[in-house]
Design a protein around this ligand. Structure first.
Ligand code: FE2
Length: 334
């Protein structure tokens, strides 16, 4: 069985093609970037409309397939920016209707977990999903992916990008700040805001932006990252203690950060937890994970009529009933 997946939740328009063994036959994408300034929803949608045909053709060419040879089309239905999501949904519907293929809308966050599990071989991980818009700690328990902790305002990637914009670094700023992290000499005290299992980043961003030009740039970049990642590591460690899971899976664009991997890696080492980092192409937003998620759900019997293939910009991972995994025998499923 071969599934084509379309991703368009935010800045990336991606098309991936996978087979029933999670072999990635193609994973093409085009991401909107800026030299300075941030991302505007309308511009993201315009970008996706512009690049969609070319990305789709590239993916089919790479896989050596014609649309007729596909068995299933899947697309990201949420969570994400409505205008961006709609482009992927329309493109996926058009392709499915034109070639009479079944169509499934799937959850983007759950897709990150499942492609990570498939490619790294971990079984029942706690997943830390840190991207621009999403910051969540998730794990499977009693039939669903539960959210153990999350941001109450902005995603950690938004924090880094917003701060980077104030520093004049453009989008995405995360990789540039990650390099500065290892050059710093001094830690600058910034607000550390953990509320139970949840996190706040906007106060940290405001404070850091107020110090741009007053503190050394590398010291400030290091301190923003170190403070945010220490907050993330703290709640992740607590979630590991609560769930007693022995695997940690990283996902989201921020998972590419060497600084984050170092901090989480040290914590995992101390707790005898194995850390799994999927290849960066599937940590960031991509179509292959959507294709794999569609395939898993279709195999478990999921079907959607055309009228049901609507976008759900606010759909959460814990809204999704996990039908493709055996139900956990008890609360502490390991
Ligand atoms: Fe994502």
């Amino acid at each position: 069985m071969i599934c084509l997946g379309m991703e368009s939740t935010a800045h990336t328009f991606g098309v991936g093609i996978v087979d029933e063994h999670a072999k990635i036959l193609a994973n093409e994408k085009h991401t909107l970037t800026t030299v300075e300034g941030g991302l505007i929803p309308r511009e993201m949608a315009d970008h996706h409309f512009r690049v969609a045909p070319e990305v789709l053709n590239r993916a089919l060419e790479k896989a050596g397939l014609s649309p007729r040879e596909l068995d299933l089309i899947a697309f990201s239905r949420g969570p994400g920016i409505g205008q961006s999501l709609r482009v992927g949904a329309v493109a996926a519907r058009g392709l499915a209707l034109r070639h009479r293929k079944p169509l499934l809308g799937v959850n983007h966050c759950v897709a990150h977990i499942e492609i990570g599990r498939a490619l790294t071989g971990c079984k029942n991980p706690l997943m830390v999903y840190f991207s621009g818009a999403n910051t969540q700690i998730l794990g499977f328990e009693s039939g669903r992916y539960r959210v153990y902790g999350e941001t109450l305002d902005i995603g950690v990637g938004n924090l880094l990008d917003g701060f980077g914009r104030a520093m004049g670094l453009g989008f995405p700023a995360g990789p540039k700040i990650d390099e500065m992290y290892f050059q710093a000499k001094r830690f600058v005290e910034l607000p550390y805001s953990v509320k139970g299992m949840d996190l706040h980043f906007s106060g940290l961003q405001t404070a850091a932006e107020g110090l741009v030009g007053k503190a050394e740039a590398v010291d400030l970049a290091y301190s923003v990252m170190h403070t945010a990642f220490a907050m993330l590591t703290e709640v992740t460690e607590r979630a590991l203690a609560h769930t007693e899971k022995k695997e940690l899976l990283l996902a989201g664009g921020v998972a590419a950060s060497k600084a984050l991997r170092k901090m989480l890696g040290e914590m995992c080492g101390a707790r005898e937890v194995e850390m799994f980092v999927p290849p960066v192409e599937v940590c960031v937003d991509n179509g292959a994970m959507i294709a794999w998620q569609g395939l898993l759900e279709h195999r478990a019997g999921a079907r959607q009529t055309l009228a049901q293939t609507v976008i759900q910009p606010r759909q959460r991972a814990d809204d999704v009933e996990v039908t493709w995994l055996p139900k956990a025998p008890g609360k502490r499923h390991k």
